[in-house]
Design a protein around this ligand. Structure first.
Ligand code: NAP
Length: 346
């Protein structure tokens, strides 16, 4: 069992969720049986009255389709008692960009299409608790995006509004337009992804009382120390395309992993390196909710247990020193001009 919980932000501030959320992105690739066990392990470990924060997306399958939501539909059909025990966030509001990728579109037409498409795939048992445009659509004024979202929320299409991959200044503007309406923002935060943009966003969210869903806190798995080189990844694994996983970069980045491993092992009783990473992300502010993803029940539990780990100021300093001594090698995601297609930091 884990005990730590946190209240969500903004309009959802009456809802308590586990200190650590569960990202479901990779669950589409495994069997229903394995996926369901991974979800249930987290929910079952929480005290009664605390919901498990689950994170899905309209495009979380190999063809940018609704496979992840259909999986959840089967889950809630089989386990209806988990409907009330979970708080489900869903990212959407994208459309094909004609080059094999997807791009943001927060027009009213596409938002309505997306929300209805998500709910249809999710089935009748569970409603969307939090809906988030996955990226900020820079072609539409934020005023329009927010008022579109509020219209759909007020129609009862979903419970609360979230944003994703947005700058601190964007969050401040959204808040000024509709105080209290944004419950959460989702952004990548980890020991190797903590720059000025993250700091600005976390400062804004702390000040405004908005939850920060800190995604990829395990550095897509590398920071857990469970593998040592790109060769350890299965053939065709999507991470082999990422800049930080390229041969020379991954070799250099292993120094960060070794440094973190040593700090985790020195703790009494020791914790895993993954738990250290999650606890460090949680320590960055009172509204932080680390969002690791795992398709395995044991790891979901291990990650959730990190919510009960309180790092000492010496441990936090030691982690910061590792990052000073070993700056991260390689860019986020693919890096270079290709990153422009990812519409980060809107
Ligand atoms: N807003 C966005 O743009 C965005 C982008 C990416 C992701 N996300 C969200 O964030 C979630 C997490 O992100 P992520 O999957 O990219 O990165 P992550 O949580 O940093 O790492 C996940 C990887 O680590 C492995 N892992 C998980 N727990 C582990 C443990 N305790 N020990 C060893 N390995 C472990 C997982 O493998 P197994 O499955 O085998 O355990 C998976 O390969 C996603 O599920 C998604 O919901 C959002």
């Amino acid at each position: 069992m884990v005990s730590s919980s946190v209240k969500l932000g903004g309009s959802a501030s009456h809802i308590a969720v586990g200190r650590v959320a569960h990202g479901l992105m990779l669950l589409t690739a495994v069997s229903d049986e394995q996926a369901f066990e991974a979800i249930r392990a987290g929910v079952d470990a929480l005290p009664s009255g605390t919901k498990m924060f689950l994170n899905s997306g309209e495009f979380y399958d190999k063809t940018w389709g609704v496979g992840n939501l259909q999986l959840l539909s089967r889950f809630y059909e089989k386990y209806p008692e988990y409907v009330e025990k979970t708080f489900l966030s869903v990212k959407g509001a994208m459309k094909p960009d004609g080059k094999g990728m997807i791009m943001p579109d927060s027009s009213m037409e596409n938002l309505r299409r997306s929300v209805e498409n998500c709910q249809k795939a999710l089935g009748p048992k569970k409603s969307i608790d939090l809906y988030q445009p996955a990226r900020i659509d820079s072609t539409i004024p934020l005023e329009t995006i927010m008022s579109n979202l509020i219209t759909l929320r007020d129609e009862g299409k979903f419970g609360h509004i979230g944003l994703s991959e947005c700058k601190g200044s964007t969050l401040r503007k959204a808040y000024a337009l509709h105080p209290g309406s944004v419950a959460a923002v989702e952004v990548e935060v980890s020991a190797w992804e903590y720059g000025q943009e993250q700091k600005d966003l976390i400062a804004a969210a702390t000040e405004l009382g908005v939850s920060v869903l800190a995604y990829s806190p395990l550095g897509q798995g590398l920071l857990t120390g469970k593998f040592n080189s790109a060769a350890d990844l299965p053939e065709g694994d999507f991470r082999t395309r990422f800049d930080r996983f390229k041969d020379d970069n991954i070799k250099a980045n292993m120094a960060i992993v070794e440094g973190l491993k040593a700090i985790a092992a020195n703790r009494k009783p020791p914790i895993t390196t993954g738990q250290l990473c999650i606890a460090w992300v949680a320590s960055l502010g009172p509204t932080m909710i680390p969002l690791p993803g795992s398709s395995k029940a044991t790891r979901t539990l291990e990650n959730l247990e990190a919510g009960d780990v309180e790092l000492t100021s010496e441990e936090i300093k030691a982690i910061e020193q590792v990052l000073v001594d070993h700056p991260v090698s390689g860019e986020r995601y693919i890096g270079g001009p290709a990153n422009a297609h990812l519409h980060l930091w809107g």
